[in-house]
Design a protein around this ligand. Sequence first.
Ligand SMILES: Cc1cc2nc3c(=O)[nH]c(=O)nc-3n(C[C@H](O)[C@H](O)[C@H](O)COP(=O)(O)O)c2cc1C
Length: 266
Amino acid sequence: MRKLCPAFLVSFILLFSVQADSGDSLSIGPRFHRETGYDEYGAVGKNISFGENKPLYKEYPGAKKTKLPQPSFAGPSLEQVIRARKSVRTFSDRTVGFEHLAQLLLSADGLTHQLSQYDLRAAPSGGALYPIEIYVIITNVEGLDMGLYHFRVADSSLELVKAGHFNKEIHEAANEQSAVGNSPLTVILTSRFERSTRKYADRGYRYIYMEAGAICENIYLQVTSLGMGTVAVGAFNDRWLNELLEIDGAEEAALLIMPVGFVKDK
Ligand SMILES: Cc1cc2nc3c(=O)[nH]c(=O)nc-3n(C[C@H](O)[C@H](O)[C@H](O)COP(=O)(O)O)c2cc1C
């Protein structure tokens, strides 16, 4: 075998280290974080463009609508609730009151106040673009038929997406985790990505996940304050869950499942 010339070896090593440094060999997580980073010139990679305004409120025209009652918003102190919060994975079959459900949804991400033309909500949102949608599977809530509902933020109502008993489907979609499919209600957060990415390009994904986290914590705290429990469930079959919600997984995709109910006595 012919001897490799040292100059060739050095240039090969240099070329390899430059390639490794460019990030091409990184897996999607670190590459995503790197390529959506800002520097002193703004976004790395893509220009941020401002597109046309998109409606921030999803609605189901013609769906049966149920207005949420105005809850009392009474409860223990925030400090006590933060200290008491923990994940709960077993639920009693006690019925949840409609007012409890209303308080939970309005605290999760309901309208709170107005700033010039913006309707602001319970959770912060990058650019006030509000990419997150909230759905609820109802199994045992006072005064509501079983079914899949969409929380219409604009007028604090529930829209019936489809009637039926979906505990088996949501249990299977959650990789058969025992915490999911046995609660009187199950909240599901989805994202309509384009609401954020039209302004922030791919960096919008960072903001969307953070916003889902803020809403998730609002739900944990409100549920705890009402004497109930929940758990954030991020491990699920994306395709099955999106199909159950009748969303396409591209324009809108599921992010998080949160079963809610009264804690089962041990
Ligand atoms: C994004 C996210 C995803 C999670 N996914 C799951 C899950 O799929 N299944 C589960 O049982 N718990 C899940 N959890 C709950 C964590 O296991 C739990 O928060 C952690 O063990 C700390 O316990 P604590 O919530 O009682 O403080 C998730 C929590 C977060 C924030």
